[in-house]
Design a protein around this ligand. Structure first.
Ligand SMILES: [Fe+2]
Length: 443
């Protein structure tokens, strides 16, 4: 049997107290149900709001992707206008890009390819636009009253507007207008969307400006590069012309020099062709030593001119068939200094001075005119000394026949290290071995 009191056995007071308890429980239950219903309603509203925000975000995301993939500024601004018109139920949106060079707003963009109307131009130039730009803050007009500053906006049929200065990377890039055809106060969601669109419009404008600037820079760079290339081509052509002219001049000089040297030789009929041969031997040695063509040309000139000083030697000495007396030898030896003095007069022939002055110096220091030794003697002169001696030995003279080439070569080799530079002698022997036409008798 239960311990719970049964009503019919309770007193009246007890029954009243019991009824009051029941009533309290019932009231509590009803209040709880009301709270629950309210909570459910709030949840449903929150869900709906979430859905709406999700839709906004998805639409914005899609739009941002489209904006980011578009590079043409007018098409970009049309894209920017879309979410404003769809999500904000706005009547119109217009972007005026900032022109930093002109320090003013440029013609309206985002009009679907249509040109700016005079009313839009008036809005662009209005003190209201200037004021928003100067303040750097968005400006909302919920109900557009008659206002001389915004006369153009009213004539456009606008009854509410938001003006947003566009700033990217701390730089002013434009002004965005969003307009409604009826009075309108943007709510928190709309302000968030406006802010989002303004940020993207600003970045897009800044990027478009950067792209235009870098395209202009690239074009200027390309122009400069082409100019440089053309300049380099001109320079190259001029250089080649100059080189050709120089080698022509050099060849002409050499021809003249050889004619002069040959003319001088006619005084000593027994040495005919000496100049040409000495020059050829010297160049063959220079090639063996690995010299460049320019140095070989200088050497050829020096070899051709090495005896030019003989022009100042009296005939009785120069053409004497027999042995020379001491005084005659002393005069003969003067040809080295005389040649050098002659060549010093002509700047083009300065490089040949060493050959004329030093071709009778000996490697061991026992030559003339100064008894220089080894490396003190210019290398060109050491080369000419070998070439000159070889030709003198192999050429017939009035008082003796020329030696066979093999004998002359053996004599040259014997004198390596005393009369001649051994390296020059070795180069000469190599040259003669490689080119038998260098032997006057082919022996
Ligand atoms: Fe000589």
């Amino acid at each position: 049997m239960s311990d719970a009191p049964r009503p019919e056995t309770l007193s009246l007071e007890q029954q009243l107290a019991y009824a009051r308890d029941l009533r309290r429980v019932y009231d509590l239950e009803r209040a709880r149900r009301r709270e629950l219903e309210e909570a459910n309603r709030a949840l449903a509203a929150a869900n709906a709001e979430l859905d709406r925000r999700l839709y906004d975000l998805m639409a914005a995301q899609e739009w941002i992707l489209a904006v980011n993939s578009s590079r043409e500024l007018p098409a970009l601004m049309d894209l920017l206008a879309e979410p404003l018109l769809v999500l904000l139920h706005a009547q119109e949106s217009v972007v005026f890009p900032w022109d930093p060079a002109a320090r003013q707003l440029g013609h309206a963009l985002g009009l679907g390819g249509r040109p700016e109307t005079p009313l839009l131009a008036a809005l662009r130039a209005s003190p209201f636009s200037a004021g928003v730009l100067a303040a750097g803050q968005p400006r909302e007009i919920a109900a557009l009253e008659a206002d001389p500053d915004l006369d153009a906006a009213r004539q456009l049929g606008w009854r509410a507007l938001v003006a947003l200065p566009l700033v990217a990377r701390d730089e002013r890039v434009g002004l965005l207008y969003v307009a409604w055809s009826a009075p309108h106060t943007p709510d928190e969601r709309e302000r968030m969307l406006l802010d989002l669109v303004a940020q993207h419009a600003a970045v897009s404008l800044a990027n478009a400006r950067l792209l235009a600037e870098s395209a202009a820079r690239a074009e200027a760079l390309q122009r400069a590069e082409q100019q440089q290339l053309a300049y380099a081509r001109d320079l190259r052509r001029a250089f080649e012309r100059e080189r050709a002219r120089r080698s022509e001049v050099q060849a002409a000089y050499l021809a003249t020099v050889k004619v002069l040297a040959a003319a001088m030789e006619t005084r000593d009929p027994y040495t005919g062709g000496h100049v040409e041969r000495v020059a050829a031997y010297a160049v063959a040695i220079g090639r063996e030593l690995g010299w460049e063509s320019e140095r070989l040309a200088t050497l050829e000139m020096g070899a051709a001119l090495h005896d030019v000083g003989k022009i100042g030697i009296e005939d009785r000495v120069l053409r004497k068939p027999g042995r020379l007396e001491d005084e005659e030898w002393s005069q003969m030896r003067q040809h080295a200094r005389m040649g050098a003095r002659l060549l010093e007069q002509v700047p083009f022939l300065w490089a040949s001075v060493g050959c004329a002055l030093r071709h009778h110096e000996r490697f061991d220091g026992r030559g003339y005119p100064d008894g220089l030794r080894g490396a003190e003697i210019p290398l060109e002169a050491r080369v000419v000394a070998v070439a000159d001696t070889f030709d003198a030995m192999t050429t017939d003279r009035p008082y003796r026949r020329g030696l066979p080439a093999s004998v002359a070569l053996a004599e040259i080799e014997r004198c390596a290290g005393s009369q001649f530079d051994p390296e020059v002698v070795a180069a000469f022997l190599r040259a003669v071995r490689a080119d038998p036409t260098l032997r006057p008798d082919g022996a």
